[in-house]
Design a protein around this ligand. Structure first.
Ligand SMILES: [Cu+2]
Length: 336
């Protein structure tokens, strides 16, 4: 119904514009102006009118879309680092929107203002060093500011992890994720691609004593308000571990471990309340098109209180309990 009404309004508006143009045409003929002048004047008037219609339509459409699709953007950042990243993003958005509005309004207003006028003569204005200086200097200063601000943000979000950060390894392979928790000693056993086999897909060194208490999981659990150091490895190709709600992303590169340190601040339970969605879950996604089943590389993330986290860890198997996922066990998991 709404769509029908909008369509009718648009058709009526077009009809009204056609009628206005006709009236202008007729009135010009009555007042006895030359045919050629009449055509230029008509076209000029019509173009000027369309410019204003376009300006209003474009700005209205942009505002409408921003409000209409706002619900699809991510909820508030669930990490300290995410807050810093989002602040920068919104400052840059504000700057872009301000410049967009000013330039669009000026552009279309002046085409309207300087439509054809028989008595006006154009003004010869070849160049102005002062103007050129202004329009070069302002963007330079603004961009410089953004770059310095951006570098500061980068340094803040990639700061080294404190010594007490919880160490968790995220392991990517075509096409799933496996998590290795460092256990009580907070030290992960050694691992390397040379040790990877059908029986040991993580390539973990079982002779390393630190391996004994390492735990294996298919969900990423993290205690809230604690520094978390995620270490990433890949078995085969470059994947990208993307944790959108925490504004964290890091490539996982075969043969080259990477890491990212951050502090989750909102538990899954709190986020369910904030988003008013009892089924809400944080996710870790692969953000590199890494093969045919890339879209399946998704893992649930649970952020909980430190007590809940410790309880959950107790239910996970250690390496000594032979929890190392093998090719056959992973196939079963993927087939579900
Ligand atoms: Cu992938």
């Amino acid at each position: 119904m709404m769509n029908l009404l909008i369509t009718i309004v648009i058709i009526l508006a077009i009809l009204a514009i056609v009628q206005i143009v006709r009236i202008v045409e007729l009135s010009a003929q009555i007042s006895g102006e030359k045919d050629e002048t009449v055509t230029i004047k008509e076209d000029g008037n019509m173009n000027a009118l369309f410019m204003m219609v376009f300006l209003v339509g474009e700005l209205f459409f942009m505002i409408y879309q921003t409000i209409r699709y706002k619900k699809f953007i991510l909820p508030e950042p669930a990490s300290l680092q995410g807050v810093i990243t989002d602040r920068m993003l919104y400052i840059i958005f504000a700057l872009i929107i301000f410049v967009f509005f000013v330039t669009q309004i000026l552009l279309f207003f002046y085409t309207f203002k300087y439509k054809f006028n028989k008595t006006r003569r154009s003004f010869f204005f070849p160049d102005s060093h002062k103007l050129e200086f202004i329009w070069t200097a302002i963007p330079t200063v603004v961009l410089f500011g953004i770059i310095i601000y951006g570098l500061n943000v980068w340094n803040a979000i990639t700061a080294p992890a404190p010594a007490n950060a919880k160490l968790i390894e995220v392991y990517g392979r075509q096409f799933d994720w496996t998590v290795r928790y460092a256990g009580k000693d907070n030290k992960l056993g050694k691992a390397g691609f040379k040790l990877v086999s059908d029986e040991n897909i993580l390539g973990v060194d079982k002779t390393d004593p630190n391996t004994n208490d390492d735990l294996i999981g298919k969900e990423l659990h993290m205690p809230v308000n604690m520094p978390i150091l995620l270490k990433f490895r890949s078995q085969d190709v470059i994947h990208s571990a993307y944790l959108p709600h925490f504004r964290v992303q890091m490539n996982t590169v075969p043969g080259m471990p990477t890491h990212f340190f951050f502090n989750p601040t909102i538990t899954t339970r709190q986020m369910r309340e904030k988003t008013n969605n009892p089924k809400f879950d944080y996710v870790l996604l692969c953000n590199k098109v890494c093969g045919v089943a890339h879209y399946m590389m998704k893992m649930k993330i649970v952020v909980e209180t430190p007590a809940e986290y410790e309880e959950w860890l107790k239910t996970q198997k250690t390496f000594t309990a032979d929890a190392t996922p093998t090719v056959s066990s992973v196939k079963v998991l993927t087939a579900k």
